[in-house]
Design a protein. Structure first.
Length: 294
């Protein structure tokens, strides 16, 4: 991307953060919802992706219900943008007041094993705010793909690390993840995105084969690190709940490839179950089934 275009994009984002934070949080959230609505109305490509994903995943739902969920999913993205802008103004105090935890003891119990913890999570609710809040009491590292815009990426990186979070670049992340686990830290991996054929394996997701990262299963089998599911659910205006499940037992059968596929499918099933409960809070506009089985 041309550096001048990147700089202009960065300035626009910076100005947006400044302007939206002039308003009360309630109004800024309404602005965010409106931005999400505009995304749904005028971004036909992503709207169609969301609707097609929903139709294939919920054939029993009416077309009107499908459109409603797709629209709310877009509004959820708009809310997430407004909430992240508010983090720049309110800082840790705002985040701590906005987020409550359910199942925190599951993390504490898993850390007692001294092997670190792998967290399976997804782009649901406001995953960013949940991650920032979780880093208050635990050293949390999350695996991300750096943004294409270097200036915006630097801005987000600075925000994340200010909350005691570590950031691991997705490309060639294994070595850094192992280092964090050896220090008995937590590593969160978003498992709900499409993966290339070379990097992923196909498991069932809403009744269709989806190419999915096997990294969590591979590392759990290799290191013995406990695997815990955790999702940040939006519960109201500026209120979120980080729901942390019990550790998913990972046992080697001696057939490593079969075990990796088995547990990748199990982790994906947990994500699907959560999305079914909070359908309009997931990132439906993503081309999750882009990579096709041969």
């Amino acid at each position: 991307m041309n550096i001048i275009i990147e700089w202009i994009q960065y300035v626009l984002i910076f100005l947006f953060i400044k302007i939206i934070n002039v308003f009360s949080f309630k109004i800024s959230l309404q602005i965010g919802r409106f931005i999400g609505l505009l995304l749904y109305l005028f971004d036909a490509r992503h709207r169609n992706v969301a609707i097609n994903n929903l139709m294939a995943s919920f054939p029993e739902k009416s077309h009107n219900e499908i459109k409603r969920i797709a629209k709310e999913s877009s509004r959820n993205i708009g809310c997430t943008i407004a909430e992240m802008a508010r983090v720049f103004k309110g800082g840790r105090e705002w985040v701590d007041n906005a987020v409550i935890f359910e199942g925190r003891e599951n993390v504490e119990k898993a850390l007692e094993k001294g092997k670190g913890v792998l967290v399976v999570t997804a782009h649901i609710g406001n995953w960013e705010v949940g991650a920032l809040a979780s880093a208050r009491d635990f050293r949390l590292n999350f695996v991300v793909r750096p943004l294409d815009n270097r200036f915006i990426n630097r801005l987000i990186y600075k925000l994340r690390t200010a909350f005691n979070s570590g950031v691991i670049a997705k490309k060639n992340a294994i070595r850094e993840i192992l280092r964090c686990l050896n220090k008995n830290e937590i590593v969160a991996i978003l498992m709900d995105q499409n993966t290339s054929r070379e990097e992923g394996m196909f498991v069932d997701f809403f009744g269709r084969k989806a190419c999915t990262t096997p990294v969590v299963a591979l590392l759990a089998l290799r290191t013995g690190a406990p695997v815990i599911p955790a999702f940040t659910i939006r519960e109201g205006i500026g209120k979120f709940k980080v729901v942390i499940g019990e550790a998913i037992e990972v046992v080697s059968s001696g057939d490593n490839q079969r075990d990796i596929e088995k547990y990748t499918a199990i982790f994906t099933g947990v994500i699907e179950s959560t999305i079914r409960r909070y359908t309009d809070q997931w990132f439906w506009l993503h081309r999750r089934w882009k990579t096709k089985p041969e």
